[in-house]
Every structure is written in C-alpha cells, then in structure tokens.
Design a binder for this molecule. Sequence first.
Ligand code: PLP
Length: 363
Amino acid sequence: MKVPFLDLKLVNDVTKSEMSTAFNRVIESGWYIQGKELEAFESEFSAYCKTEYCIGVGTGLDAIHLLLVAYGIGPGDEVIVPSNTFIATWLAVSRTGATPVAVEPDLQTYNISAESIEAAITPSTAAIIPVHLYGQPADMGAINTIAKKYKLLVIEDAAQSQGALYRGQPTGGLGHSAATSFYPGKNLGALGDGGAILTNDSSIAKKVRELRNYGSPLKYQHDSLGYNSRLDEIQAAFLRVKLNVLDAANGSRKQIAQRYTEGLKGSNIITPFVPEWANPVWHLYVIRTADRDQLQKYLKENGIETLVHYPIPPHQQKCYTNEVTHTLPIAEKLATEVLSLPISPSMPMEHVDYVIDRILNFK
Ligand SMILES: *Cc1c(COP(=O)(O)O)cnc(C)c1O
C-alpha cells in the first residue's frame, strides 16, 4: 500500500466544481485585485473567527509582519516567539528590525510554555507571538494573564489552527490580533499563497489595509511607507468555497486523529496530548519516539510517507546562528524525536489502519 503524507489533489477534488464556478465568475468579472470576492471572504472569515475585522494579505509571513509594523514594533524591541515553530514566526519579527526571543515549549503540548514566558520578559519586550502549533490551541488564558501583567501585546500565529477552539472560542480572536496563512497545505488552504490578519481593533485594521496596499488609504494618496501584499480575487473566491467545507474537513481530521490515538495505545509511541480546554483541528498528527529516524525509514520502506515538523529549530538555522548562541534543549530534543503521520480530510481509513498496523509491527 502507498500512503502519501498529504494528497492535495484529492483534498481539492471535493470542491472542484464549486471552485471552477468561482474561477469563471472571477474571470468574467474583469476585476482581479481588491474587489468583491476579497470583501466577501473577509466578512465571511471574520464571522467564522468571531472577530470584527479580517484583512486579506499576500502570505502568512506578511500577515505577521504587517501586524507588527502596524503596532509600531521595530529595532530595539524584543518579541517572544516559540523555539519550536516554523521559521516564518521568527522571520516576521526579524524583518521589522526587532529581535525574536525564543521561549521553550511545554513538553506535553509542544506549545509555548506560559510559565517560561515570564522569565524571558525584559524592559524591551513588546509582544508575545504564541503559535497554535499543529492545530492545537496554545494556553491563551495563561498567556493573556502574563501579557496583561507586563502590558505586552499578544499576536496569535494561527496559521495552523483554522477552526481550532480554546475554551469554545475560535483561535484567531483570542489575543490583541492574529495572523493566519492560506498556503495550500493549511487546513484552510488556497490554490496558491495567501494570508490574513484578524483583529477587533479598528485602527489596526485600517493601518493594515493601508500597509498591504502601498500605504494608501485612498488611490494615489500614500500616508505610510507601505508594501504590496494583497489576497487576489481568485484566491479569495476559492477560499470562500473552502471555508464552507472547513468544519467538515476538520471533522474528518479529528476522526483520523482519534483512530491513530486509539490504535497506538499501549505502544511505546508518545501520541498527542489534548488539554481538556482544547478543541484542536489536527493540522498535523505528531508522534514522538527516541527511535524517530529508524521508524521513519521503516515506514518509508512500507510505502508510508511521513514528515518532520521541524527537523532544524530556527535558532540552529544558518540565518540565526550569529544571533542566538545559547542552546534551547527542548526544541533541540523535539527536532530529533517528532514525526508527523499522514493526515488529511480525504485520507481513507484503510490508510490510517495500515499506518497503525505498520507502527505496531515496528522492530
Ligand atoms: C505556514 C506558516 C506560516 C507562514 O505562512 P505562509 O503563508 O507560508 O507565509 C507562519 N507560521 C506558521 C506557524 C506556519 O505554519
């Protein structure tokens, strides 16, 4: 049996005919940037996330960056980020001239440890960027409490958590503002790059709208040194279709995750821990074992494709070696032990059972 990690063609087949209709509608509209589709998607997605505003932008990286710029974060500021996130979280901070300050995750949830955040706060700390890693909500209550105590901004990186709930509330609306990504492999994936900012703050929404469009509040009037980072009409139209099936897709992921967790019980594999307040969306199903490399090789020999999120933590990447010289032992340990099993809304259950069977037969 061949089990791909993620078959995006199969995922998008579900909405192919609606997306074709959307595609034709956009072509025939004769309007391709900042039009009706984007406006409609922004209002539909902000309603879904229970935020006042949604502002579509070019990528998830840009979404984090534009938010930091809108809040005036720059050189001299420190921004707390997880040590075990995708590098975009760090790059967005570095791009403003501010310094990313790594905080280690909780070894049970793999999300930023609220207790460790406090120890990393200095007089230069301006913001915290919790990441809802693998689609598991971070402990936002505890994080917001610390942020309030030190008067810090909280910007959620919700790129992996579309639809995930923290104590019944959607991620993306739990801090001061949030950024998300519509990269094709995300839970709400476009057919190209895309991202968005979510906020309840009207002045931040206005500022980001300007920044994404050359710093322009009005055609040919430029109030700030802006950027060009917009979510195309065609992607917005596709995303409107995909948003309609997001809950169903997340439901399928949940069934697969439950099957994995049940099936791997009693083995020496560490399966994901879900706190009672979390309703995750299983962007990834990440197991942990000291035999990671051997297990991955064995699964590959059995036709099963797995991935590692992430094999090299940001502080050990060449681009950060001059900046971060201390060790971050938890992130480094996780990088050698985590393994992401195949998961997607269209993954057949026979594939899930086969993966479980192979893992149980390992050595
Ligand atoms: C995907 C991702 C991003 C960046 O999104 P892009 O759209 O690829 O720029 C940022 N943070 C996290 C945690 C991500 O997974």
